[in-house]
Write a protein that binds this ligand. Structure first.
Ligand SMILES: [Zn+2]
Length: 98
């Protein structure tokens, strides 16, 4: 599965009712929890666990977007579709390091 819009639709189908019952801010809290797990996996360098944690972070991000009624693929296309950095408008990015 490569298409972000398809992925968001799949996550909506799988979890929207549960996500609605949980609510926007509790679902967002789960996303933050998953980001913490990704951080731990990165520090440990456990490849299998890393793949799982990246997938979870993307899935929970999309769940939050579903509850906020945000089309993630459209947002990504609008911001990054032109293929240049949205801040400096260069490719590769030439913004000062941060
Ligand atoms: Zn830039």
């Amino acid at each position: 599965m490569a298409d972000l819009g398809e992925f968001q639709a799949r996550i909506r189908e799988l979890y929207l009712e549960r996500d609605r019952r949980r609510g926007l801010f509790r679902t967002f809290s789960w996303l933050v929890e998953e980001v913490g797990e990704l951080s731990r996996a990165l520090r440990r360098g456990d490849r299998g666990n890393l793949e799982r944690e990246f997938a979870d972070v993307i899935a929970w991000t999309v769940s939050v977007a579903n509850l906020a009624e945000i089309d993630v693929a459209a947002c990504v296309d609008a911001l990054y579709g032109p293929g240049v950095c949205p801040r400096c408008r260069h490719s590769p990015c030439s913004c000062p390091p941060r």
